[in-house]
Design a protein around this ligand. Sequence first.
Ligand SMILES: Nc1ncnc2c1ncn2[C@@H]1O[C@H](COP(=O)(O)OP(=O)(O)O)[C@@H](O)[C@H]1O
Ligand SMILES: [Mg+2]
Length: 382
Amino acid sequence: MSAHGQAAGGKLGGQKLGSQKLDGKTLVRFKEVQKSYDGETLVVKRLNLDIQQGEFLTLLGPSGSGKTTTLMMLAGFETPTHGEIELNGSSITHMPPEKRNIGMVFQNYALFPHMTVAENLAFPLEVRKYNKADIQARIRKSLEMVRLDAFANRRPGQLSGGQQQRVALARALVFEPELVLMDEPLGALDKQLREHMQIEIRHLHQDLGITVVYVTHDQSEALTMSDRIAVFNDGIIHQLASPAELYERPSNAFVAQFIGENNRLHGKVAELNGHGCTVELSAGFNVQALPVNVDGQGSPVTLSLRPERLKLDPQDGSMPNLFNGEVVELIYLGDHTRVRVAACGADDLIVKVPNSEGVPAYRPGQPVRIGWRLEDCRALAS
Ligand SMILES: Nc1ncnc2c1ncn2[C@@H]1O[C@H](COP(=O)(O)OP(=O)(O)O)[C@@H](O)[C@H]1O
Ligand SMILES: [Mg+2]
């Protein structure tokens, strides 16, 4: 064993700690962290974030929202302009990267092209001064783990993109870090391989019991992989929640727009009552909605409606919101048809109609009624 005090049969030994066994211990804490590169604009603004040991946490947001900067500060390649970062309760704000016991995987693999796979994997171990026998054993184990045992003597240029990314993954895990950071690691792969690797990374996370902080701008990737997702925009976390929670209960218009598909209607709050509210649309229609964060009567709101929650020609009386409209366009997508409907002053309401019971016989120009439940229509301050 190395001088690093890791117990024999450690994480690479296949200990099953799956993410379902989170014990609520905080591994990483960002405290009031800010970052400015030019001394003027903050690209990360007042970041407070606790990451639980063993969880798979994703930073999701559009390009330029501060995800990579956040990851780089955690890895130690950037220093916060203000605030503290803690690992296991101790400040690491000024600790050099190689002392942090954090593995990293980047989008472009960042493998050394002139080294073999085995030499690439040896590198982080040599930097950390592991002995020769230990290095060989760890290389073997981690190549087995990503099923590349037969490729130890190849150079990266002799591997496919997917294999290179698996080597990068093995290299990040080879020194058994307790925390692994991944910055858009699958961005360069084609769709099929990307989806395969998503599942593979997810399994590795579960099998090894490590903590993963993952960065992506791809919401479906985030929904597939994560225990929790932090939705970033403009250097701020807009919501931090499980995938289902984010999808079902987005807390503001940005999150609703960014996660999943979403119809939007604009209006103002006409009345707040019990657990619902009446929103008067700009086009004059009254809609019953669920007030999520509204400032009160008269305040402007955006109504957020998922395409799969809109119903065409529902039974009379089954829904508090029911309007006359017209089919504009049909897009057949195999398992469902997207029906574009003009109603409520909008001409772009998308309704997802499942094809499980045969394709409904709608045609453009046909009058329809469109309805939805109060609780499927979220009123968000705009
Ligand atoms: N090294 C740098 N020097 C100056 N500005 C930077 C640097 N890295 C990133 N930025 C700026 O900081 C903002 C956030 O960037 P980044 O953290 O890379 O976002 P993301 O990973 O979400 O796309 C962007 O406006 C970007 O241009
Ligand atoms: Mg980035």
